[in-house]
Write a protein that binds this ligand. Structure first.
Ligand SMILES: *Cc1c(COP(=O)(O)O)cnc(C)c1O
Length: 460
């Protein structure tokens, strides 16, 4: 296969994509396949001789789509969305064609500069002041890891990177029990250790209690441990719990701690001014991550981290060996110094295309619709006999359950085998609950109201 063949096959792929998207509503949302089924259809060993693309393409059509879960399905209400607008798909196609490695300004001047401008556009879109600059990561997990490594090095006076962690004081990181497992992963990878991630008590609304945070920090100081940072959540994954940013940040700041906010899902909603009360006080934090690849329609992967001052993170992560220096251009930004991996994809392009193709108004309308349709779906589900709403909608996420755990699990299995919609579960205060989050880029009110219809059919 050569580049002339690629042009032909790209057109075939584009036609396939159009038909695939047009037919999504007729497909079951969750992959209806058993473990091992796809692998059993593939040869165990790689081919020695080249094969015609026609054959490869035909095998793709025969084996893959039917065994996939359809994340762009308009009735995908599981987990959180991973939306890919058509404009972001187009941008990815162009980025793929250039296949650039965007580690340095010099290796990708336009990519670096569009990334800087996109971070600034998003900062304005979210209503943040020009106190923040930022960068694009592959995922929120990596952004949070970058923040935790920065907390570690800042607290150790940058001795961890040079001397290692043996013999260093015991560092402490604080987060609520509602925070995402990526925080646990970050403290493990950073060598801080799971036991030093303090899960601070939450209030009746599952938000971190600032008084409990203060008490935990003081207790650690008394015990000779070294508090390093606080991680707050806005729209946590389970039920959308949100910490009071202003009050918790004030406590952290009083103790000189670094503050990172995980708004991976809910951050996108902040393009709508009416939701910004949720993160009141956000201007006082050091670092903040949100995923345009969730609710904003920018194809995975695209996670944006805002930083009040990039210097501590660049000091933690940046290395400039001789072969990576950009001679004679000391003033340019080399974004690899802001992130964990050296190599970087051209992720800013799909932000540029998406923000322009829909405009902030188009994106706001989608999010507002999702929030109001979630409220409608909540009311319709609450009216079904035997079903109890367990947590009320936070933005477009709420949970429900039957009164018996086995019945809840059984209902979820039957919903997902039915295929008209796709929901997933979490455990809230020990209770198995079914999550509903409304977020597919192209869903309609009808699509959302399918959820109560399916539940009515299956609980009758
Ligand atoms: C999805 C999510 C993450 C993880 O995001 P990745 O980009 O997949 O790493 C972290 N925190 C919250 C609150 C999330 O919703």
């Amino acid at each position: 296969m050569n580049h002339d063949d690629l042009a032909y096959w790209s057109k075939r792929a584009a036609d396939w994509a159009q038909a695939y998207h047009a037919g999504l509503r007729d497909r079951p949302v969750r992959g209806q396949t058993a473990p091992g089924e796809t692998a059993a259809n593939l040869p165990a060993a790689p081919p020695e001789a080249p094969e015609p693309v026609e054959t490869i393409f035909a095998d793709f059509e025969a084996l893959v789509p039917g065994a996939m879960t359809h994340w762009q399905h308009p009735r995908f209400f599981a987990y959180f969305p991973s939306n890919a607008s058509p404009a972001s798909m187009l941008a990815e196609q162009l980025a793929n064609a250039m296949a650039a490695q965007c580690m340095l300004w010099q290796t990708s001047p336009a990519a670096t500069e569009i990334e800087q401008v996109m971070v600034s556009w998003l900062r304005q879109a979210l209503g943040l002041s020009d106190r923040f600059t930022g960068t694009i990561h592959d995922s929120a997990t990596t952004a949070t890891l970058s923040a935790v490594l920065t907390m570690r090095e800042r607290a150790l006076g940058w001795a961890g990177n040079s001397e290692g962690l043996a013999g260093q004081p015991r560092l402490r990181i604080y987060a609520s029990a509602q925070t995402h497992s990526s925080v646990d992963k970050a403290v493990r990878i950073a060598g801080i250790g799971q036991e030093n991630l303090v899960k601070v008590a939450t209030d009746a609304d599952f938000a971190m209690d600032p008084t409990a945070l203060d008490a935990a920090i003081r207790a650690d100081l008394m015990a000779g441990r070294v508090p390093a940072g606080v991680i707050l959540c806005v729209g946590a994954t389970g039920i959308g719990a949100t910490d009071p940013i202003a009050a918790c940040a004030a406590v952290a700041r009083a103790h000189g701690l670094y503050i990172h906010v995980d708004a991976a899902w809910a951050g996108s909603a902040m393009i709508c001014p009416e939701f910004r009360d949720l993160w009141e006080g956000i201007e006082t934090v050091d670092s903040l991550v949100f995923n345009p690849h969730k609710w904003l329609g920018v194809q995975f992967d695209c996670s944006v981290q805002f930083l009040a001052d990039p210097a501590p993170q660049v000091r933690t992560l940046g290395l400039r060996p001789d072969y990576l220096q950009t001679l004679g251009q000391a003033e340019v930004t080399d974004f690899n110094e802001w992130t964990v991996p050296l190599g970087r994809r051209f992720r800013a392009l799909k932000l540029w295309f998406t923000l322009r193709a829909y405009g902030l108004e188009g994106l706001r309308t989608r999010i507002r619709n999702h929030v109001s349709w979630a409220a409608e779906a909540r009311d319709a589900i609450a009216a079904l006999p035997g079903i109890e709403i367990v947590t009320e909608p936070r933005l477009s996420l709420f949970t429900f359950a039957l009164n018996d755990e086995a019945a809840t699990a059984d209902l979820l299995t039957r919903v997902n085998d039915d295929g008209r919609t796709y929901l997933t579960q979490t455990r809230h205060e020990g209770r198995l609950v079914i999550r509903v989050q409304v977020g597919p880029f192209d869903c309609t009110r009808e699509d959302v109201l399918t959820i109560p219809r399916v539940l009515a059919d299956l609980t009758r």
